[in-house]
Each structure stands twice: as C-alpha cells, then as structure tokens.
Design a protein around this ligand. Structure first.
Ligand code: PEP
Ligand code: CO
Length: 459
C-alpha cells in the first residue's frame, strides 16, 4: 500500500470526529487501547471477505443488522441474546425461502459513535453540543454530560469485548443448533402472525433435518448444522479509536482493524480526499460505503478504486440509502457507473436512513411501509439493470420497542411514546424485522435466480 500508515489519515481533513479538552488524557486512553487485546482476528476477517465474495457472485445473501447506536444503558445479556435471535430468525427465513446461505453481520460490539446532522441541540431555550454516541459523550442534556470524555472510549471497548464474547458463545456453543429453532422465538411476540409463519417454517425444517439424519447427515457429521458464523461491524467514524485497534498481522505483514470484522464509511464522511477514506484504504477488512442522494457515481467508483485497487471480490459493499421515493432516480446511475468501471461490489440496501421523518407526536420515526417499499424498489432496479441485490442493512432490535410506525401490529404515531428507547435512530422491533424478512424472501429468490443467469451469461 503506497504512502499509507496507520496514522496517515491525520494529514487529511476529517468530519464528525470530536475534539477533546484534554489531549493528554485522550492519548493515555488511546495508548491503553493499543496494548489491549484485539477483538477480532485477521483470519476471521479474511473468512468474512471470502463469504462476501460469494455474495458478489449471487451465491449468498448479506444480512447486516443491529442498533443505530449501542449504549451503556441498554447493555444487558438479554438484549444481546434477543438481537442475535432475531437475526438468526430472519436468516433462516431468507435461507429457506431463497435457498441461499445468509452471511450474518451484526451492527453490534462496537457501534457507538454517531455523525449528527447538527453540531448542537436546543431544548427549552438552552443550546448544548449534540449527543455523539456513548463512547464520546452522554445523552443527558447538561453541559458536563455533553463534554467528550476519553474514558468512554475504553468503556465502549470493554463493552464490545464482553458483547462479542457472548456472541461467540451463542454462535458456537449450541444455541444456533438448527434443532433448536423453536428457542429463537421471543416470548413477547408469541401471538403475532410472523410467529405463526415462523412455526410453519420450524416444522418444515424439522422434517428436512429428520430426512437428513436418516441419510447420516447430523450435527456430529457436519458442524454447520450446529454453529453459525456471526460477524461484527460498525461505522469507522472515530478514527483515533480505529487507529488504536489496528494491528499488523504477523503472518502476512498486512494491517487489520481488529475492532470489528467489517467497518463502513458513512454517507457524511465518504469524501475521496478525506481522512476516513484514507484510513480505510490501508486495512484488510471488508469495507462498506454508504451511498445517499448526494453521492455521484464517478466519485463512488473512485473511492472503490482507492480502497480496493486490486478489485478483490468481497472487499467492498455499497450500501444504498436513498429513501423509498428516490431509488429510481439515483440507483440506476450508480449501478451503471460501477459497471462501466468493471468493479466488483456487493450491492446492499439500507432502507432505514433515507426514510426517517418526524411523527405528528414529535418522535423521529420510520414508517414500516416505506422501509419495505425501498427494499422492493431496490430489488426492481437491480433486476432491470442486471445486477444482484445481495444485501440488506437494517437498524433493528430484539426488544419490544415502539420506534417505527406500522407493521402487522400497526404501531401509530400515538403508540410511539410507549416504548421509545433508542439512543439515536428508530429501530424495527422483532415483529417488524421478521415481517420484513418474510415480505422480501420471494423477491430475493427471484433476484438471485435472475442475477445468477446474468452473471453466467456475462462470463
Ligand atoms: C448509520 O448507519 O447509522 C448512519 C448514520 O447512516 P448514514 O451514514 O447512511 O447516514
Ligand atoms: Co442510524
């Protein structure tokens, strides 16, 4: 990698990185992080990249989901377990109906820092710096709480380590055993139509497993029936933290960001000449790039080339997030621009960030129908452009929240106040997330058959 160092991003302009009052204290924390254990290993990020290469070829589907912002307040084993359960349930729905393996990637174990639309927030005539995520400042509205505190970076690292430890235990300790799918249901949605549909799926899977066992294919024979690979991701926004967690792999001499398997560059920090792109071009991890209405196809292509000069499959995931009514206007141009340069990318859809609005009752929300519409529109556009819509990126939780309106329970603007817990953007609850999986599973099947034929015809 030419002229790249783990700290070369510091010579470039950067947005959305906080400034700290006490530089010395910040450096002390960063040094402590540098000598702390990595959260993930180089071999794991390589494995994920190989799985994402399968997505590029239309042979797998990427499901990325979790909190908008993790918080210290919501840190609880049950919350980790429930998010994990919903992602497993969604994956099963998609795997079964689309006959495709699903790459499972959590927005978890490190998703703390947030870019905000305004640097300050006003409440009752008082103006304070905005909340920037629990690893920077606190959501409480007072001067002391809103001051960036370096100690929070280490607390977030520790929370990420504990979260990842539990996720690893769940993934490999028997919880993900296909014979136990009935345990993945969450008690509080037991009467929902989604759960009834999921129960039907459980029966079909039990039949299939019975048949396979009779043929000698059991979890003892094939550990894949018993374990899952569950990967972690977050936005690589707080570059001092990301730099501290970046290490050289002793077997290859390559740099890996060990804070997560996958990191992405947000829609507000993807400037070609900015520090975030500079940092991400030097690390081996697979990288996501958010593409919103202000992104230009040639700019995104240049970012892909800077980060992935060898055009390696699985390295880049483009995550479109236009809003349900803007997909047709922007996505075809982006697809054509990327195709023209012959770039290998995973095409993922984030139907959340372009569909945020304020409810009549004053809450930041997302209507479920608009979320579904964006996914469907993205699938349609990819089909007509002959590309493969290979991924879904959502903000969701396993908790019984009321943050997005609509869905089978028809959450109204008035219902939002009842269980609105998010520290940043509104998330789909378990019921809505599972409903989305059922609603799009047929589309994925159609799209993957179509794309596989298109890829075959082109090769
Ligand atoms: C996010 O994914 O939380 C986010 C801030 O998204 P975007 O960069 O697409 O606005
Ligand atoms: Co968000």
């Amino acid at each position: 990698m030419k002229n790249w160092k783990v700290n070369s991003w510091r010579k470039y302009p950067v947005k959305h990185i906080p400034s700290y009052d006490d530089e010395k204290e910040l450096n002390m924390v960063l040094n402590k992080l540098k000598s702390s254990p990595p959260l993930v290993f180089a071999g794991e990020t390589r494995h994920l990249k190989d799985q994402l290469a399968e997505v590029v070829d239309g042979k797998a589907f990427l499901l990325q989901g979790g909190d908008c912002a993790e918080s210290f307040a919501e840190f609880h084993p049950d919350n980790i377990r429930d998010t994990f359960k919903v992602i497993l349930q969604m994956s099963l729905v998609l795997t079964y109906s689309a006959s495709l393996p699903v790459v499972k990637l959590g927005r978890i174990a490190g998703q703390f820092s947030k870019p905000r639309s305004a640097p300050t927030e006003k409440q009752g005539g008082k103006e304070l710096p905005s909340y920037l995520g629990d690893n920077i400042n606190s959501i409480e509205f007072n001067e002391k709480a809103r001051r960036p505190d370096p100690k929070r970076l280490f607390r977030a690292y520790s929370q990420s380590a504990a979260t990842l430890n539990l996720l690893r235990a769940f993934s490999h300790g028997g919880f993900a055993d296909l014979k136990k799918v009935h345990l993945w249901n969450l008690g509080y949605i037991k009467n929902s139509p989604q759960v009834k549909k999921f129960k039907e799926l459980e029966d079909k899977i039990a039949d299939a497993l019975g048949f396979m066992a009779a043929c000698g294919i059991t979890p003892e024979f094939n550990r894949r029936l018993y374990t899952v690979n569950f990967w972690t991701s977050h936005e690589a926004l707080h570059l001092p933290y990301e730099e501290s967690m970046t290490r050289t792999d002793s077997t290859t001499g390559e740099y890996h960001n060990t804070s997560a398997h996958f990191v992405w560059i947000g829609d507000r920090t993807r400037q070609l000449d900015g520090g975030h792109v500079e940092f991400c071009r030097g690390i081996e991890n697979p990288i996501g790039i958010k593409c919103g209405p202000t992104s230009k196809a040639d700019e995104i292509a240049k970012i892909c080339e800077a980060i992935n000069p060898k055009n390696e499959k699985g390295k880049i995931t483009l995550i479109s997030r236009y809003g349900h009514d803007k997909v047709e206007k922007f996505l075809p141009k982006l697809i054509r621009g990327i195709k023209k340069e012959g770039l290998n990318v995973v095409w993922s859809c984030d139907p959340m960030h372009g569909n945020t609005l304020v409810s009549t009752t004053g809450f930041k929300t997302r209507p479920f129908n608009n979320v579904v519409k964006e996914v469907k529109n993205v699938f349609e556009v990819h089909q007509s452009e002959g590309s493969y819509a290979g991924g879904l990126h959502i903000e969701m939780t396993g908790q019984n929240v009321t943050e997005c309106t609509g869905g089978a329970k028809n959450i109204s603007d008035q219902d939002l106040s009842s269980r609105y817990h998010t520290h940043c953007d509104p998330r789909l609850n378990a019921d809505q997330a599972l409903e989305l999986a059922f609603l799009i599973s047929d589309e994925i099947k159609k799209n993957s058959n179509y794309a596989r034929n298109a890829i075959k015809a082109a090769s």
